[in-house]
Design a protein around this ligand. Structure first.
Ligand code: SF4
Ligand code: SF4
Length: 497
């Protein structure tokens, strides 16, 4: 049988019939142009504030006394604590993070209901770092036109030098981003010194390496692809939005029919209809995600407002009113076309609900923080054996009690067991007061475990007797208690509590 040799292109054409589409669209390289204006300034402000906080916060000190770290924000894994200025979170209080996540989600919903993807356009780390990387790119390689020309031209010494400089600067920023992250997990000045002298632990180097790679890849190489293809938020927010949410919108009621400035002026001179858009494509040139907003609201649009600035600059130059592109709604466009007044509804059921939930969750968290106890106690019953029969016939139960001292100084606690009559109570390692009261010392901001032995001279008639273990601070009088059961032989015989 004759073998037909086909070219690569023929083979592809055989696979792709006229109706077939490739599974993945080839990436179109985007060269965002520099732009100035109100929204650009808002974005610079957001960038400086957010990056300033991120890079500098680990160096802010907070005096908590001699027995606690002096870093304002610290995730202290060795002692299982999270410090945030005057707040100290213990492992048992991890639910505060749940509250914070709920608050963050509600804030995102509220932002979305008011003004679309404000988070994406101004505050999202991907946006902020991409902005920073673009700034470096422009500084090294020039603005849009120069970068396009450079990429289309053959490799020269200047081109290699510029590309190398850009990538080196990106790597330095990415490295410092990873470096700042690990400073939240150790005393920042100490760790900086250890990094500078190559004495830092391996985990610090590994973490910085991973974050350097992710920052460089996401903000330098992948950029808008992260927002368009990887991030789930655009899909979620599309389901959460409504007709009153403000979005960056091309006001086609004003812009169409569009034409070049020359033709547009000629049409106007003849009294023919002509829109304000002069088809200059400046809005598209500045867009960091390559969106032409005149085609309507799109998934890739991060609502950064830069196209508003670009168009406003054009309108100012040609003497037409600003805000041909603006934060607006399709509903208002339709109403203007119908000669009806615009509607802006900031206060509507969903925004009121989100705001109310933010207030309620915030108040619950603040109250929980203000009212939380500065001591705690947990009791764990021995499992094997559950009880011991002593040689004189009495029954003994063993427990481990864990006392939490959340104050930054040592405290003495009296331990008491209630619920049993004629029981002998022994706290192993405790000091005894004159009245036989067991006293346990717990160091500052520490947890201490002690053994508690409770003995009854006669086997209890019930399988289990409820007990209350109470610890009381000798100085302040505060107390905490935990409940458990004293178990006897009936327990083995299948008796219930
Ligand atoms: S910048 Fe304004 S005038 Fe120019 S194409 Fe965009 S919408 Fe039209
Ligand atoms: S279309 Fe406008 S608002 Fe949307 S991402 Fe592009 S520049 Fe930003």
């Amino acid at each position: 049988m004759a073998t037909r040799i086909i070219s690569e292109e023929e083979r592809r054409n055989e696979w792709l019939s006229a109706d077939d589409q490739p599974l993945y669209e080839a990436r179109k390289r985007i060269y965002p142009q520099r732009v100035s204006g109100y929204f650009r300034n808002v974005k610079w402000f957001a960038l400086i504030v957010t990056l300033g906080i991120y890079y500098l916060l680990p160096f802010v000190r907070w005096d908590r006394g001699p027995n606690a770290p002096s870093q304002a924000v610290l995730v202290d894994f060795p002692s299982s604590r999270f410090y945030f200025f005057f707040i100290e979170i213990w492992p048992q209080e991890i639910y505060y993070f749940t509250g914070l996540l709920v608050l963050a989600a509600l804030a995102l919903f509220l932002m979305n209901a008011v003004a679309g993807r404000v988070w994406c356009g101004y505050l999202c780390p991907q946006t902020v770092w991409t902005d920073l990387f673009l700034l470096i790119e422009r500084w090294v390689e020039g603005d849009r036109r120069e970068r396009i020309q450079s990429d289309e031209s053959p490799w020269t010494f200047t081109k290699v030098r510029r590309k190398t400089t850009k990538h080196l600067l990106w790597l330095i920023v990415a490295w410092w981003t990873g470096g700042a992250w690990v400073l939240y997990f150790a005393d920042a000045p100490t760790l900086v010194w250890q990094l500078a002298t190559f004495q830092a632990p391996a985990i610090a180097w590994i973490s910085i390496g991973v974050l350097t790679f992710t920052t460089y890849s996401l903000a330098g190489l992948m950029r808008e692809q992260v927002c368009t293809y990887m991030c789930p938020w655009p899909r979620i927010q599309a389901a959460l939005t409504d007709e009153y949410a403000l979005n960056v919108t091309y006001r086609f009621d004003r812009g169409e029919p569009r034409d070049s400035l020359k033709k547009s002026e000629a049409r106007r001179a003849k009294g023919l209809p002509s829109g304000d858009c002069i088809d200059c494509n400046q809005c598209l040139a500045v867009c960091p995600t390559g969106v032409d907003i005149r085609e309507g609201l799109q998934l890739a649009c991060i609502q950064c407002g830069l196209c508003i600035d670009a168009c406003d600059n054009v309108m100012e130059k040609i003497g037409r009113p600003a805000r041909l592109i603006a934060y607006d709604t399709d509903l208002n466009i339709q109403r203007r076309l119908q000669g009806k007044p615009e509607i802006y509804k900031m206060f509507r059921p969903r925004t009121i609900l989100y705001a109310a939930l933010i207030v309620v969750v915030g108040l619950v968290m603040v109250s929980a923080l203000v009212l939380r106890e500065d001591l705690g106690v947990n009791v764990i019953h021995d499992r094997n054996p559950v009880f011991v029969r002593l040689s004189d016939g009495s029954i003994r139960n063993g427990f481990t009690i864990r006392i939490l001292n959340k104050e930054l100084e040592s405290r003495f606690f009296a331990v008491r067991v209630d619920g049993l009559t004629n029981a002998d109570v022994e706290v192993v390692g405790a000091k005894l007061q004159g009245n036989g009261q067991a006293i346990v010392e717990v160091g500052p901001d520490q947890t201490r475990e002690v053994r508690l032995l409770v003995t009854l001279r006669h086997a209890p008639p019930e399988s289990s007797l409820p007990i209350v273990v109470q610890v009381t601070d000798l100085a302040g009088g505060h107390s905490a208690e935990a409940r458990d059961y004293f178990r006897g032989p009936g327990h083995e015989e299948g008796g219930k509590r």
